[in-house]
Design a protein around this ligand. Sequence first.
Ligand SMILES: Cc1ncc(COP(=O)(O)O)c(C=O)c1O
Length: 232
Amino acid sequence: MEELTEYILAGCGPEFGAVLLVSGGSEAMESCLKIALQFHSARGEMSRRRFISRQWSWHGNTLGVLALSGFAERRAPFEGALMSASLLSPVNAYRPPAGVSPDELARHCAHELEEEILRLGPDTVAAFVFEPVVGAADGVVPAPPGYAAMVREVCTRHGVLMIADEVMCGSGRCGTYRALMRDEVVPDIMSIAKGMSGGSFGTYLFPAFGSGQLHHRKLPPCRWWLYGATGR
Ligand SMILES: Cc1ncc(COP(=O)(O)O)c(C=O)c1O
């Protein structure tokens, strides 16, 4: 376990201070949400409870991350019971929103995120959750160059945490250990899973998440951080 943890931290880069091993991608993502909420709680910002994500995305089967997943067929049986969240336009240069050219897509979508944060009120937003390269919900769809950096700026400006779901695209699958390394962007919290297990079966994968900006911002004192299974 220690060796694996060191390997992951070395791969993710020096910005990441902690790695926690859980049972699969959904639990990793669920834990990312919970760390984000606890981060804001520990800073006394209890109003930051809302998550923003994107359509045509998949973050897992547990109720929290299912609510952030833009995957109609998988959500359908649970509609009405899912936490409310904001799902923005998908970022797909092959199918941009009407009237938006592929060249304008990155700026358009980063702007859409900022508009939604402002509409909701920045002090109500906990985090923006996205897949740097969309997997199960839309094929292999990378965002256009510049998108991740623009989103990073928007999140930082409004104190919103950036959560990168690299369950499908991370741990080396895009050529760098973290998919976002290509964009030179460090998320606040991230997950990895499938590339580590050598397959895409959802069982016994070892996801991890670390802290980028969280680390820089100094974690506030907290008696304990609750994530994953009881007892950890
Ligand atoms: C991007 C992404 N996040 C989370 C998950 C959930 O992972 P798991 O099926 O291991 O629970 C998946 C699964 O496909 C995924 O592609």
